[in-house]
Each structure stands twice: as C-alpha cells, then as structure tokens.
Design a protein around this ligand. Structure first.
Ligand code: DCP
Ligand code: MG
Length: 364
C-alpha cells in the first residue's frame, strides 16, 4: 500500500494574530486574548512577543500581567475567529476533500489522492500557507507526514510560520530521536513513569516490550508501542461530530458537604469553559449536564435543557442548582463530580461571507 500524505495545519497564536490583523497598531507589542486580570480571567492565547515573557495559554490573566507588565489583554471575539476559520476551510477544500477540523485553527488534510502541485504534499502545504498569508493576512504552520501523529508533531517543529516534512523514508530516523513528551497524550505523569523505565525518546521506547507497556499503561500502552515506531493508522475523518463535552474530577477524599461540592464544581466549570472555547466555533451548547459518583460507586447524571439559547451557558447558579438536585438523589459522600454540555453543530458556512478579507475591523 502507498504511504498516505497527511498535512496538519495549525495557525500561529491564532486569536492574537487575528486581533493584530484587525488593528495593525498592535503589531510588535505583547498581546493576549482572554479574561480580564482584575477578575479571575485566564489567558486564551498570547502572541509570541508576550510568550517571550512567559505568558501562556490557560494561565491566570493576573499572573500574565505580573510576568509582562505591558501586556494588553483583549476580550475574545469568537464570531470573528469562527469566520476566519471558515475561510481557512474554504482554502483547504481547494486541495483536499478529506479535511478534519480539530479546533478553529487546526485541521488535518488527507491529500493522498490530490493531483494539485504534481501530487506533492509539501508543495500543497507551501501553497496553502502562501494563500493564507496573501488572502487572509495570517500565518499558519504546517506539517507533512505519512500519518496524523507525525504530521501534528511536524507542524509544531518549525512553529511559528514554519513548514516541516517527514518523508516516509525519514520516519525511522526521526522518531528514534523524538522525545516521548512530544507524543500527544503523554503528559507530565506518563513522561515521568517512562523516565523511570529509562525512556526519554521514542527510540528508547521501542526497546520496551509490548507486554510491559500494556502492563504499565493499559490500553494506552499498545498505542505507545505503535507511536514509538511512528505508526498511526487513524483516518482523517471529515465530519467527526461531537455530541458532548465534559470535564470531571475524582477527589482524594470524598466530599461530604454541599459547599465543598459547589467549590469543586466552580473549578470544573472554569476548565469546561477553557475546553469549550476551542470548539465554540463549531458547536453550540443545548444542555447542561452534571454527573455525581458517590462513595459507594453508584452514580447519577442530571441534565437540563438551556431554555434561552442565547444565554451564556456558563451560569454558575444554574449549574449549582443542577448539582444540588443531582446530589439530593443519593445524598451520600461524593467521590467524583463532572460537568458537561450537550452540543449541537453550528450550521456550516452561515456567516462565512460576512467578514471582509481586509478592510476595517469588524463592527467599524
Ligand atoms: N485556546 C484557548 N485556551 C487554551 C488553548 C487555546 O482558548 N488553553 C484558543 C486560543 C488559541 C486557539 O485556541 O488562539 C488555538 O490554540 P493553539 O493551541 O493552536 O494556540 P495558538 O494558535 O494561540 O498558538 P500556537 O502558535 O502555539 O499554535
Ligand atoms: Mg495554533
């Protein structure tokens, strides 16, 4: 079988770059998009000037300002980012019929069957980057590889404004030196466990038998076994639809009192908000969901339709009420809480035409 040609595209400091494009006075100054530093806001993203000061996504805005005193934090304008995302996709579809969106600024393209650019995936990626630069005045980074895993690693390799290709014949050498921390899904905990096994790179990981990996990491162990060898059979799935999004937490000791549960729920809602922000372009929430698992491992979920669709989904009082009602069903100590949203896809293309390519910022 011919190797596949997969491109992963990821815009550079996406929200911040769009804001800078809309207001060129901001060029060159440290800029973030997110919640205000006065409240309990968090940073959604920061431009590379701000990152030089250590400002990062998901950091408390107050901390970001402490690190970078001149930091300008703008509130997010999701409608604008959504419209830009649709413009990206219009360009992607000129080159690939198989396009899988991961978030507003990230997508996989399978160009195995494309006849554009003499069928060269690297030339296609270069042309897509050039078009996004000239037509949308934004930069994206691209990775080209025989599968999704490597394409995503590659798009990060020369970020920002970079293009990197891992050709099939380069895979073995590339993964041998690849730090395991670059594998998606390998967080701090897994990296530390691997370190204790003497594993720092995928090359080291290749030396660990499958049985050992499964023993230590369960199902993820067999996935690690494949990824260490640069193998990833996942298809590019054009219309993978999410039905819900949720976050949950198991507590070290069971929670006994409602106020403690409310406090834990508020932390979950902050996390849910961050996660949802990344897909808000494609989905609208229709229900709020609460999950409660009791100390005896029985569990219950309670969901409630959002009556007024235009209202903000993240209204703590509504979630608090829902939690109270869910907890009342069992009433015992709680070992796990979850908060989530049921989703519906937003209509594609609905506002794709509303944004001028250049010209004044939206709303002026
Ligand atoms: N985002 C967010 N909260 C996070 C991470 C991201 O709201 N914790 C939003 C803001 C980003 C966008 O999603 O602009 C895309 O996320 P990326 O991880 O691709 O980050 P950027 O595009 O901002 O930067 P990079 O150049 O590293 O891709
Ligand atoms: Mg990005």
């Amino acid at each position: 079988m011919e190797p596949r040609k997969i491109i992963h595209i990821d815009a550079d400091s996406f929200y911040a770059s769009v804001e800078t494009r809309e207001n060129p006075d901001l060029v060159g100054r440290p800029l973030a998009v997110g919640g205000s530093a006065e409240g309990r806001g968090v940073i959604a993203t920061a431009n590379y000037e701000a990152r030089a000061f250590g400002v990062r996504s998901a950091m408390a805005s107050a901390r970001a300002v402490a690190l970078c005193p001149g930091l300008l934090i703008l509130p997010p304008r999701f409608d604008l980012y959504r419209a830009v995302s649709r413009q990206f996709h219009t360009i992607f579809h000129d080159y690939a019929s198989l396009v899988e969106p991961l978030s507003l600024d990230e997508a996989y393209l399978d160009v195995s069957a494309s006849t554009r650019c003499q069928g060269s995936a690297t030339l296609i990626a270069a042309e897509i980057r050039a078009r996004i630069r000239s037509e949308l005045a934004l930069t994206v980074s691209a990775g080209v590889a025989p599968n999704k895993f490597l394409a995503k690693v590659a798009s990060d390799w020369r970020k920002p404004d970079g293009l990197f290709t891992i050709a099939p014949e380069q895979v073995a050498q590339f993964v041998a030196a690849l730090p395991v921390a670059r594998i998606s899904g390998v967080g701090r905990v897994t990296a530390e466990k691997l370190r204790r096994l003497g594993v720092a790179t995928c090359g080291d990981l290749q030396a660990i038998p499958l049985e050992t990996l499964v023993q230590r990491f369960g199902r993820y162990g067999s996935r690690l076994f494949e990824l260490a060898r640069g193998e990833d059979g996942r298809r590019v799935q054009p219309s993978r639809l999410r039905k819900s999004i949720s976050v949950e937490r198991t507590f070290a000791t069971d929670l006994q009192q409602l106020p403690d549960m409310i406090e834990a729920l508020d932390a979950l809602l902050a996390e849910l908000e961050r996660r949802f922000a990344r897909i808000a372009g494609s989905y609208a929430p229709i229900k709020r969901v609460i999950k409660v698992k009791y100390g005896d491992f029985t569990q219950t979920t309670l969901e409630e339709m959002m009556v007024d669709r235009a209202q903000e989904w993240n209204r703590p009082p509504e979630f608090h009420r829902l939690l109270e009602a869910a907890w009342a069903r069992g009433g015992g100590p709680v070992r796990l809480l979850g908060a989530g949203l049921r989703l519906r896809p937003r209509a594609a293309g609905a506002d794709a035409q509303q944004l001028p390519l250049f010209g004044p910022p939206a709303g002026e």
